[in-house]
Unconditional design. Structure first.
Lengths: 322, 300
């Protein structure tokens, strides 16, 4: 066995192996060519599972989105309909609401998470009980979206004897509001629950980025007469920018695919006002057994996620360069 | 977390002149804001916990925090009703189902991904980097793209509604990310270590199990926690592939919400039961927990 001291590989070796930057060095010197049995033994099970249950389904879903299919069975009757499943979006007001809502989710939840995340990272950095505060904000990450849905149904309950939010509004003689029953409020109520759930992650990651900024930079800025705000805008934010981009893209991907919390809190209601693409996909494909249409919605989700992910990968590359 | 790089303000410059006491007054608004935010973030979870230990009359007539000054309201009867042996809601069975689903669905992908990661990091075979890049790209595919064809396959094989359906689905869906993270970690292991083992005559399996796996513990722990949390908390995959004999807790809670829209005593206690284990993991393994969720944040 090896006699060298055991060196733990660096935790962040991850960044060196992102698309385009695959280090070919070590493995070149690896196994003798021809010993494919060993390769098969190690990589075979993973590749078979991925081929059958990830690659094949992805292609099949794209294929199915051009067909009208009745039933979920393997031999369900189907007919080629071209792009009809996609053009049917134009005749489907619920899917249009869902697309509008998904855009609203992106436009509201992303900046809210990023801005609150940066602000809290900076504020927490200045108190001695930072670790406790971060833990508290992180706790919702441990809770399933299903349980979080129950939590926020309770918080938003119409009756001020039950719902905390309405009880607090009651103190200033407002309400009670029907947060989840009013089409004007419902999406905003969901956004609140989502931000509550995901902010902790943003704070923890942004806080790590903040701590990697050299103190000397801040001190130099102060010596040069920069105030708090100027230092924040001119130094802190630009140096945290790569991390801010990551949080923004991850939040966008998450809200494009948002499902659990909507299903549990509103089921897409009232009257379809809070539907999103993922809830429509589930309903069409598995409740209405409208397989082709459901597949088309899934493809839209995939197409929506790709540009955001491309942004993220480019960020990873620049990160590697630094 | 420990190194306070912060305090980038004049406070630092003035410390020598004014001393520590100045801070306390000038930073009072800061403390108020931070504490207020912490309280707001804690409040919903506490509301759930308090509501779950009051009886239905108390829940419907006064807000949860009344429990603070009326501690006699405390009762565990809601938990008996949803969790007990005679319960019609069956959270006990659902808890078991969640365990039966989650444990294999966490172990399988780790074992399978570790082998593949070793091959991608240290064995030479044709198209190695192309295949790995494909794997990386597959991480972006939303689950929705996989559900319909996989359900058709499982229905054809008679698996739908069974535990193996959920094990296989969660294992396959979790693999691209797990292979990616572990491969990156393993390729950071010094080559000399492997070389000297090979010189000493160790075979690949021996190198893998005696050197690579033990050194990869941090990556394995991160993936284990991420995958455990993901499967335990999953609703979508469970809705599609589980059946009456295998419903995990999120599915049961969701149908509780549908049936008893205002049965707070059931919903809150059921939700808290489902949160207990993840919260315990969170407080027990906080460091790995954060790194696990950070590593897996792209999945879905």
């Amino acid at each position: 066995m090896a006699t060298q001291p055991v060196v733990t590989p660096p935790d962040q070796s991850a960044v060196s192996a992102v698309p385009g930057t695959i280090p070919v060095g070590p493995a070149r010197r690896g196994l003798r060519v021809g010993n494919y049995l060993t390769v098969l033994l190690f990589a075979g099970p993973a590749l078979v599972l991925i081929a059958f249950l990830v690659i094949y389904p992805t292609i099949k879903t794209i294929y199915l989105s051009f067909y009208q299919t009745q039933g979920i069975g393997f031999n369900a009757p189907q007919a080629f309909v071209g792009l009809a499943n996609y053009s049917n979006f134009l005749n489907d007001p619920i899917i249009q609401t869902a697309i509008k809502n998904n855009i609203l989710w992106i436009v509201v939840v992303t900046p809210a998470t990023v801005i609150l995340g940066v602000v809290l990272a900076v504020l927490f950095d200045r108190v001695p009980y930072e670790a406790v505060a971060k833990s508290i904000v992180f706790v919702p990450m441990a809770i399933s979206a299903t349980a979080a849905g129950v939590i926020w149904r309770l918080m938003y309950a119409d009756d001020p004897h039950i719902g905390t939010v309405n009880a607090i509004f009651g103190w200033i003689h407002l309400g009670p509001f029907s947060f989840l029953g009013d089409p004007n409020f419902v999406n905003w109520a969901l956004f609140g629950a989502q931000v509550w759930m995901s902010l902790g992650f943003a704070v923890v990651v942004l806080s790590a980025a903040l701590k990697s900024i050299p103190t000397e930079l801040m001190e130099a800025a102060h010596l040069d007469g920069a105030g708090e705000w100027q230092t924040f805008i001119r130094i802190t934010v630009p140096l945290m920018w790569p991390t801010i981009t990551v949080i923004a893209t991850l939040t966008m991907i998450a809200v494009i695919k948002v499902f659990d919390i909507v299903v549990v809190m509103t089921g897409g209601g009232p009257a379809g006002a809070s539907e999103v693409l993922a809830t429509r996909m589930y309903t069409e494909a598995f409740k209405n057994v409208n397989t082709g249409y459901g597949a088309a919605i899934a493809v839209v989700l995939l197409i929506a996620v790709i540009p955001v992910m491309a942004l993220n990968i480019r960020r990873f590359r620049t990160e590697t360069v630094r | 977390m420990a190194t306070a790089v912060g305090l980038p303000t004049q406070e630092k410059a003035h410390v020598t002149v004014v001393g520590q006491k100045q801070h306390w007054y000038t930073s009072l608004p800061l403390h108020i804001v931070v504490i207020l935010i912490s309280v707001i973030w804690l409040l919903p979870t506490v509301a759930l916990l308090f509501t779950s230990v009051r009886n239905v009359q108390d829940i419907n007539t006064s807000l949860w925090w009344n429990l603070l000054w009326q501690p006699h309201q405390f009762t565990l009867q809601n938990y008996q009703q949803v969790f007990g042996a005679t319960s019609t809601i069956g959270m006990g069975q659902a808890f078991l189902n969640s365990l039966i689903i989650t444990i294999p669905a966490t172990l399988f992908p780790i074992i399978i991904a570790a082998g593949a990661a070793y091959a991608f990091a240290w064995l030479k075979f044709p198209l190695r980097n192309t295949i790995f890049l494909t794997l990386v790209a597959l991480q972006i595919v939303p689950l929705q793209m996989l559900l319909i064809p996989v359900l058709r396959l499982f229905t054809d094989w008679g698996l739908t509604g069974t535990f193996p359906a959920l094990w296989i689905a969660h294992t396959a869906f979790g693999l691209p990310l797990a292979v990616y993270i572990m491969r990156n970690f393993m390729s950071g292991i010094p080559y000399d270590l492997l070389e000297s083992a090979r010189v000493d005559g160790a075979g690949e399996i021996r190198i893998f199990s005696r050197i690579i796996l033990p050194l990869s513990t941090p990556a394995i722990a991160a993936i284990a926690i991420f995958q455990f949390m993901w499967v335990w908390n999953d609703l979508l995959v469970a809705l599609v592939f589980s059946g009456p004999n295998s419903y995990p807790m999120p599915v049961v809670i969701r149908s509780l919400v549908g049936e008893y829209g205002s049965g707070w005593q059931y919903m809150t206690s059921a939700a808290f039961i489902s949160m207990a284990l993840p919260l315990a993991v969170f407080f027990g393994l906080q460091r790995y927990f954060v790194s696990g969720l950070t590593a897996g944040s792209v999945k879905g």
